[in-house]
Design a protein around this ligand. Structure first.
Ligand SMILES: Nc1ncnc2c1ncn2[C@@H]1O[C@H](COP(=O)(O)OP(=O)(O)OP(=O)(O)O)[C@@H](O)[C@H]1O
Ligand SMILES: [Mg+2]
Length: 182
């Protein structure tokens, strides 16, 4: 499904990713493990079009992602839960979720995704009118994951997914049916 070959990313003089190669088959969960500063976040940012790679290739369902804009990559079916969550803090929980569905056209499909999300994260239904910035850290993480799931991705890229979220507050065990890479 995803094939990354010799991906390189630079910030000016600094080469942050020095030739990453990996494959994510359909249905697989792949983790990227490395020390602080190893280039995990940078790799995910390159895969979602937020930064341009300096070399190598990344193909999703046989289409090169290199040079595509972030919104085109979302359209292909890749969603990113970024490090630090990057919610819209002054918008409500419901508005954040609707932003996740921005590119979707079929209303009935969106309604069923909302139902799936509320099943896994019931707190997000209860807090629909609360500003996202006033949720607890773990609740914000749930909202960030839920917002990404609103795109109905084929591939879900999660950066630091377990940061501040707990099993007792989310029924998250089964959302791994979408594919994850750390
Ligand atoms: N915007 C930037 N400008 C310059 N250097 C950067 C920038 N962003 C990241 N770097 C550097 O690139 C390297 C890789 O950073 P990155 O954030 O990808 O690491 P990481 O593996 O995600 O680390 P962590 O586990 O701490 O989240 C680091 O040395 C970092 O300082
Ligand atoms: Mg990181």
């Amino acid at each position: 499904m995803l094939e990354v070959r010799n991906l390189r990313v630079r910030y000016g003089e600094v080469e942050a990713v020095k030739g990453l190669s990996l494959q994510v088959p359909a249905g697989a969960i792949v983790s990227l493990i490395g020390a602080n500063g190893a280039g995990k976040t940078t790799s995910l940012r390159a895969l979602t079009g937020l930064i341009k790679p300096s070399g190598g290739d990344a193909r999703f369902e046989n289409m090169s992602l290199v040079g595509l804009a972030p919104h085109d990559i979302v359209r292909l079916g890749i969603a990113h839960v970024p490090e630090g969550r990057r919610l819209f803090p002054k918008m409500t929980v419901l508005e954040n979720l609707k932003m996740g569905a921005y590119l979707r056209t079929r209303k009935s499909g969106v309604a069923s995704t909302f139902a799936m999300i509320y099943e896994h994260f019931p707190i997000l239904r209860e807090r629909g009118r609360q500003l996202a910035g006033s949720l607890s850290g773990g609740e914000q993480q749930m909202l960030a994951i839920a917002r990404a799931l609103m795109t109905r991705p084929k591939l879900l890229l999660l950066d630091e997914p377990s940061m501040r979220s707990t099993r007792s507050t989310s029924r998250s065990s089964s959302w791994s049916r979408t594919r994850c890479s750390r």
